[in-house]
Design a protein around this ligand. Sequence first.
Ligand code: ATP
Ligand code: MG
Length: 440
Amino acid sequence: MNLLPAMTPAPSDTTIPTLGPCLIHSPLHRIGGVDAPFKVDAVDRILYHSHLLEEGRDVSSPSYEEAGPREMVYFDPPKTTVGIVTCGGLCPGLNDIIRGIVHRCHHQYGVARVYGFRYGYEGLVQRFGHTPLLLKPSSVDQGHHFGGTMLGSSRGKQDIGEMVDTLEDMKVDILFVIGGDGTLRGAAEIAKEIERRGLKKAIVGIPKTIDNDIRYLDKSFGFETAFDAAVQAVKCAYVEATGAVNGVGLVKLMGRDSGFIACYAALAGSNVDFVLIPEVHFELDGEGGLLEFLRQRLMKRGSAVIVVAEGAGQHLMQTSDETDASGNKRYGDIGPFLKDRINAFFKTRKTEVNLKYIDPSYIVRSVPANAQDNVYCSRLAQNAVHAAMAGKTNMLVGRWHGSFVHLPLDLVINGRRKVDPTQELWHSVLECTGQPAVMK
Ligand code: ATP
Ligand code: MG
């Protein structure tokens, strides 16, 4: 949404008056008795313009191609066949994206047909026998009221050549691939094979990550719904904790490598005492460990809530080298591990604690998208269709600084966005929980 007013403010219009020089050291320099590991001086300025098109702007700065409809398109709509596939784990909004693509393709462009491939990349491999669905607006109309994906999903590596054979056999011109990092790596491989065969087929990704961990994008679909659902779990943990003697509410949330949901859920509820995320190392034992800080918090307040992201504290557990069908490492289960360690710690001190453990993971990922995500998914789908019809390929659509943009797949698939413990988000979490910046 472009909300820029017509008149650009002059630099002098944006100056904020101050009462005088600041001569007193902020207490934020020290958190929990140690120097804060982040800068507490917000001195950067935020650029007013996010577009480079007007005269006089420095176009050598890094920038993305803007998404949106093009006057001229590459594919002739009545002769165009479209495919959609959803892969990997569930995430709120998948059905909204499918619905959005089908609607735009039929109503705005009038494409010949849209196929929905079933059960992830398996649906593109004919020997699995998953017959593709012919998707009409009427067949997807109510999809956004439900969580999950109406096409089904799967993990597990599939042969790239066989998948491209299917696209050739079915004369699919455009394939929309909705999925996470693994899926998008697969999409980039498919695009490469298409190029190697000299075919004219567009591969357009729509990144799915409940963890909001896609690099170079400011928001992924489903994230807001997911953390809404996570906040409900944290509220329940608070109720449980405050209703018992030395009550501890322990909630495990999604976040294998990035702790965004844990951070936002804690900030939204404002009644969390400790947030544990993969990006911030912590220890359990010793004077500076979590357990001792928890003991102090219980003495002071009589209850505590801990939110732990699933990828946090992996070094504390013995983990195996096992992987899932897609080759992702299987993580140790930090929730029950922490529960046992907390109970054992207080048992040896003969102190009563009443710990309630809540693991809402499947509830968080399978709920229908909320109204914000309904709108966001619909606009992502719309822009994905515009890009593909214009013959763009090996790319994904996303949002940056509030604008919808095109990004090359290769830029995004080699790495993840993480919570930066030196930046403002983690700073806010420490302020809101009052937990020590260092626990080791
Ligand atoms: P999630 O967020 O749930 O992890 P994901 O898309 O990363 O989503 P994966 O199960 O890792 O989920 O991968 C989805 C699909 O992509 C699987 O079928 C997997 O085999 C395939 N895939 C992953 N990496 C590659 C790759 N490098 N080349 C081809 N296919 C891949
Ligand atoms: Mg993945």
